[in-house]
Write a protein that binds this ligand. Structure first.
Ligand SMILES: Cc1cc2nc3c(=O)[nH]c(=O)nc-3n(C[C@H](O)[C@H](O)[C@H](O)COP(=O)(O)O)c2cc1C
Length: 441
């Protein structure tokens, strides 16, 4: 099942690894591009594509790992309403930058995959919601969309059939929360990006109240290779519950950071040592965020964990977007956590008070500890606070995501926090966390 990373197929990046590939329509078509799109429209039924994607075992690459074929099957049949596919290209999770590679270097792969996905769910309109700061990636996409229209690959009555498809890009305005699927829909509709409660779920009541599917860029890009090579070929890579390859975006203290397409199930240690050429300056690994900051961190002793949904869950974290942030022995976990707390405090939409207040308090407590002003009760207060804003108490998963780096930093690097508080309170005896709780910040 699982393959070595050297032998693993490159379903998504094969063309990018060729010298001189520029991602134009002519180059993409010369490499078989849009043939699967043509095949889908002219000779496949939507249900066949959904079954194929179900058989492939593809799971969403936007963070939650939800089975893609199953998600598509939730869309109503013969609803008589317009259906929409929203491609989530907001990519604002700290440590995540893999969709950007596809948008900039092979935008036609994203368009072809999105087109196939839209056909499968009965959508004749696709909106690609692009992170506000991604000005250049959006230009690449817009250029590719224009090329595809001019070549008759998008638009009305495609390939001599009655099928039509329009694709639009829509820029965000730099808000992380707009990557959350219901906030994305609100923003797309021209409203403030506040998540909506679920139910109703998007397949029943999505954008403009119509049946809608939201998928990540990398998820839809996989539609072409799955049609081209078959579900079996896709399943032959990766693990049983996490088949296929995944774009792993590695940042931090390694010699060769970057985006690498690797088989699911590759050990983190292999990614750091072999794929990325080892730790920078020969330093030792201290910790790593597994799949973007909201998935939590693990200490170096867990670097044998493999990058697949089951294995990381067993260690108490999540695979997320496979944005691996690598930290060396000189990294202060308190400082890293404070930087993230600052981010979450800035990005909470403020709709739920647990989240709004929880983010601000978290930031203040961590900053105080970092600056050498920690109070003996701070760790207990912080832990209680996390308890109060996490565990599904809010409209969306933002607060639960923020809780992950906080909880795991406290769990795995307790001594570092206690030491900082001891230094700030030399009169203290042993355990800072046993002190009574106070709410003051
Ligand atoms: C705060 C927050 C931010 C998110 N940002 C993104 C994002 O930038 N891109 C993305 O694909 N999914 C993001 N998601 C997940 C989406 O809500 C949704 O699950 C995903 O787009 C579904 O696509 P998939 O099934 O293809 O993975 C975010 C979720 C949360 C809670």
């Amino acid at each position: 099942m699982s393959q070595s990373f050297q032998d693993s197929p490159k379903f998504l990046t094969e063309r990018l690894l060729r010298d001189g590939y520029g991602g134009t329509l002519a180059e993409y078509r010369a490499a078989g591009g849009y043939e699967q799109w043509r095949r889908a429209v002219t000779s496949l039924q939507p249900a066949e594509i959904i079954d194929l994607v179900k058989d492939s075992g593809l799971r969403g690459r936007g963070g939650a790992g939800f089975p893609t074929g199953l998600k598509w099957s939730f869309m109503p049949k013969d609803s008589g309403k317009p259906h929409y596919l929203l491609v989530n290209s907001d990519e604002s999770e700290p440590g995540t930058f893999k969709d950007r590679l596809l948008l900039e270097k092979d935008p036609h792969l994203v368009l072809e995959g999105a087109a196939i996905s839209a056909f499968a769910i009965g959508a004749r309109t696709i909106y690609i919601y692009v992170r506000g700061e991604y000005v250049y990636p959006r230009e690449c996409l817009d250029r590719a969309i224009q090329e595809a229209y001019e070549a008759g690959l998008l638009g009305q009555k495609l390939f001599g059939t009655d099928w039509s498809l329009d694709i639009y890009t829509h820029p965000g305005a730099g808000a992380y929360i707009c990557g959350e699927e219901t906030a994305l829909m609100e923003s797309l509709e021209g409203k403030r990006g506040h998540p909506r409660p679920k139910p109703p779920f998007p397949a029943g009541y999505g954008a403009w109240g119509q049946p809608t599917t939201i998928n990540n860029v990398e998820t839809v890009a996989n539609a072409r290779p799955i049609l081209e090579h078959g579900a079996g070929a896709f399943r032959s890579v990766g693990t049983k519950n996490s088949p296929g390859t995944i774009l792993v975006g590695v940042s931090g203290h390694v010699n060769r950071p970057g985006v690498y397409e690797l088989p699911m199930g590759v050990p983190v240690r292999t990614v750091v040592d072999q794929v990325c050429g080892g730790m920078r300056n020969g330093k030792a690994l201290k910790a790593f965020y597994v799949g973007g900051s909201s998935t939590g961190l693990l200490p170096a002793k867990d670097a044998d964990v493999t990058l697949d949904h089951d294995a990381v869950r067993e260690r108490g974290v999540m695979l997320g977007t496979a944005g691996l942030i690598v930290m060396d022995e000189d990294t202060s976990i308190i400082r890293a956590t404070r930087v993230l707390a600052d981010f979450y405090d800035h990005e909470t939409c403020g709709q739920c008070s647990q989240c709004r207040v929880g983010m601000e308090w978290s930031y203040q407590i961590i900053r105080r500890i970092e600056e050498g002003r920690g109070h003996p009760s701070d760790l207990k207060t912080f832990a209680d606070l996390i308890q109060n804003f996490s565990g599904g108490k809010t409209i969306c998963a933002f607060a639960d995501g923020a809780a992950m780096p906080f909880k795991t930093a406290l769990l795995h690097f307790r001594e570092e926090w206690e030491e900082a508080i001891r230094r700030a309170n030399p009169q203290m005896a042993d355990s800072p966390s046993e002190e009574p709780q106070t709410a003051g910040t």
